[in-house]
Design a protein around this ligand. Structure first.
Ligand code: PLP
Length: 451
């Protein structure tokens, strides 16, 4: 469907020189060129309005056009337009304190510009930590198939979706992958929880087979988002945390998508009481997308290893723009609004009273499973509910395209089998009104029922 496979042709009919992140060249299709946005909606240069049902790239937690955030950035830029974090500035100091408070433990934060960089930073910290605490052989990272952790070489290597890597491999050495807690397609038997726990056991087996003295860290999202909204039983997360502790393997929690309210808690890992990751990485909802900012928060005990006297014992890592004063000021204002407007409670309430209505689509012949955590929702689309054969790429494109023609942008991802993006994604801004949510529910339902 043309509306979905949009490309570089602008409304003026000229092909633009902008290399965007769409996948296929299609000279017949016209690009959406956005010019403004307010709340959950954006407007293109032809005046069409769309509800952004995926919050940009899952980042617009507070939606478009919040004047207070714009003001916070402008005021900071007037005061101190730039300053490097080889020294300090107030917004970064305050934001690091605030993150530690939200994470409910003593964390030290390194700022960068994106989720990919936040994860790269975590990898370097994990390796150096082990090297400086008597375990120089610990260098390997474990992530789960289907996970997405970013686009740079290390983050891509932790990303375990074949299609995203195939033309860029060989990836960085030392990145291993295990089965995700994906009960819908698990090869293990038993209840969903039992299947998930078997996936955790596989991870432990891998650590043993590889040699615990070689494994530095596990990186995981609490809920795999980019790989198809895979929501494990909470005992799985606890089991992985226990395994990490047992083998002195650091637990890196990638909260780039699930952080800042998306799943109905301030952080996704908070759904599992008692789990306190060694490192937490954040971006996207940290500033609601108003300015680029990544954060890598590290438990104080780990940070201790970087305080030792001696050559090169500090973190040999620097970012010119990381922790830009304006981005930190935006982050602080963003968190202030999330707290003041009780956004996390709102996501719980409306997730459970409104978005939950999309679960009725389980009756649809092509819906294999509906998975939801707060305002993060995935519909696993299948051709046949018994065989679970993924719905074709063409049909998925038609659904997304038909929604767009009705004024609703939704996403699709998954990589269920190489080439298969058979999970429909709905992740609207956390400030979406009830009316907005009704529009999403009605549009998706009517498009699906016309199939
Ligand atoms: N981690 C997760 C879970 C993500 O979904 C993403 C991006 O979608 C990233 C990391 C990378 O973030 P960025 O695109 O800001 O580099």
């Amino acid at each position: 469907m043309k509306a979905e496979a949009e490309m570089n042709q602008t409304v003026t009919g000229k092909e633009s020189r902008l290399w965007n992140a769409m996948h296929k060249h299609n000279p017949d299709a016209k690009a959406t060129v956005a010019v403004s946005g307010e709340g959950s909606w954006f407007t293109d240069e032809e005046g069409n309005q769309y509800l952004d049902g995926v919050s940009g790239l899952w980042c617009l937690n507070l939606g478009y056009g919040r004047q207070e955030i714009v003001d916070a950035a402008a005021e900071q830029m007037k005061k101190l337009s730039y300053f490097p974090l080889t020294m300090n500035h107030q917004p970064a100091i305050q934001l690091a304190d605030k993150l530690s408070e939200l994470l409910e433990a003593d964390y030290q934060t390194f700022f960068s510009n994106s989720g990919s960089e936040a994860n790269e930073t975590a990898f370097k910290i994990a390796r150096q930590y082990h090297m400086q605490t008597g375990n120089p052989g610990k260098y390997k990272f474990i992530s789960r198939y289907r996970a997405y952790h970013g686009s740079t070489m290390g983050a891509m290597s932790a990303t375990a979706q074949a299609n995203r890597r195939v033309k860029y491999d060989p990836s960085a050495p030392g990145f291993l992958h295990v089965a995700p807690p994906y009960s819908y397609r698990s090869l293990f038997s038993g209840s969903a929880e039992e299947k998930d726990l078997r996936a955790a056991d596989e991870m432990e087996e891998m650590i043993k087979w590889e040699g615990e003295e070689t494994v530095a860290a596990v990186i995981m999202e609490p809920f795999i988002s980019g790989g198809g909204v895979i929501i494990p039983s909470m005992k799985y997360i606890q089991r992985v945390a226990d395994i990490c502790e047992k083998y002195n393997v650091l637990l890196i929690m990638d909260e780039v998508v699930s952080g800042f309210g998306r799943t109905g808690k301030m952080f996704g890992f908070k759904h599992t009481a008692g789990v306190q990751p060694d490192i937490v990485t954040m971006a996207k909802g940290l500033t609601s997308g108003y300015l680029p900012l990544g954060a890598t928060s590290v438990k104080a005990e780990i940070y201790e290893a970087f305080k030792q006297e001696g050559k090169d014992n500090h973190l040999r890592h620097v970012s010119t723009y990381g922790g830009h004063p304006a981005a930190c000021a935006v982050g602080l204002k963003n968190i202030e609004i999330i707290e003041k407007e009780k956004i996390v409670d709102r996501v719980n309430e409306l997730g459970n009273s409104k978005l939950i209505e999309l679960h009725d689509l389980m009756n649809h012949k092509h819906v294999g499973e509906v998975r939801q955590a707060g305002f993060l929702l995935g519909l696993e689309m299948v051709n046949d509910k018994t065989t679970k054969e993924p719905l074709s790429e063409a049909k998925m494109g038609e659904i997304v395209g038909a929604c767009k023609q009705k004024g609703l942008v939704i996403g699709k991802n998954g990589d269920t089998v190489p080439g298969g993006n058979n999970i429909l994604i709905i992740a609207p801004p956390l400030t979406s009104s009830e009316e907005d949510l009704n529009f999403i529910i009605e549009t998706v339902s009517s498009v699906m029922h016309s199939m």
